[in-house]
Design a protein around this ligand. Sequence first.
Ligand code: ZN
Ligand code: ZN
Length: 320
Amino acid sequence: MRAMVLRRPNTPLEAADVAIPEGEVVLRVECCAVCRTDLHVVDGELPNPRLPLIPGHQIVGRDVKTGARLGVPWLGWTCGKCRYCLTGRENLCDFARFTGYTLDGGYAEYVAADTRYCFPIPEAYSPEEAAPLLCAGLIGYRAYRMTGDARRIGFYGFGSSAQIFAQVAKADGREVYAFTRDGDTAVQAHARAMGAVWAGGSGERAPEELDAAIIFAPAGLLVVTALTHVAKGGVVVCAGIHMSDIPSFPYSLLWGERVVRSVANLTRQDGVDFFERLRTLRIETQRKVYALKDANDALNDLRSGAFTGTAIIEVTGRPE
Ligand SMILES: [Zn+2]
Ligand SMILES: [Zn+2]
């Protein structure tokens, strides 16, 4: 099968012809959405990836045996026995395996998966529409729920996950304040179109005191910025797997029972809850489609912020 393969971190993916994987279930990949985590893996910012590796963990495909359409997320396997697995926190499993990181992923024509960790794709969504839900959606939902009942939520970085949760928040009667790179008016316009009540640069003052913040961009400085915007008792949720160092800051920014926390991975229950939430809410996403052979372009464009929304790697269904 055709696949895009990472041989060594910090090198481009190579187009390769590799054996079709074997597993309990094998899916013919329809498309795979690109996540910033893919970039962290390729750029060597996450330790000990499987090598060679096929990246990609927001996969929509069809079971080659049954034809059923399934979504394959980041969490690919857990041990079921460690203290985290036994206490409903399989997202923290000491032995977890992750799709497109320690397991081969979806930048390929086929992927093997453990169906216990896969999700059925809602009928109302095409493969391209569904793919961003599988990480930007699922892990974003975990981050979103960590904001509790916050009414005014700051989003720092407005990419794949933020465009989904601007819509969820609006439907939930909350207000999203979107902070982008200073001067990035295209992304600010996109944020407003997706439901943000305000959008501006991260160097700007928030127009209202925020009840909570979610940091989507991988810049540690934004944690400090968000703390200056969040009211007493508010939480700053770091949604990404990797971030540059957080600069030191005065304790007074944390004082007043403000909380900084991270969100790691997902549990299967997060997925069940998120897809349940979508039964009454139709998510629209802005997408840019790339052919499988152009996966490096998708990664480079994500790195440079060359598109708004989500990059989708189309594997089947569209002529190249
Ligand atoms: Zn475990
Ligand atoms: Zn991801």
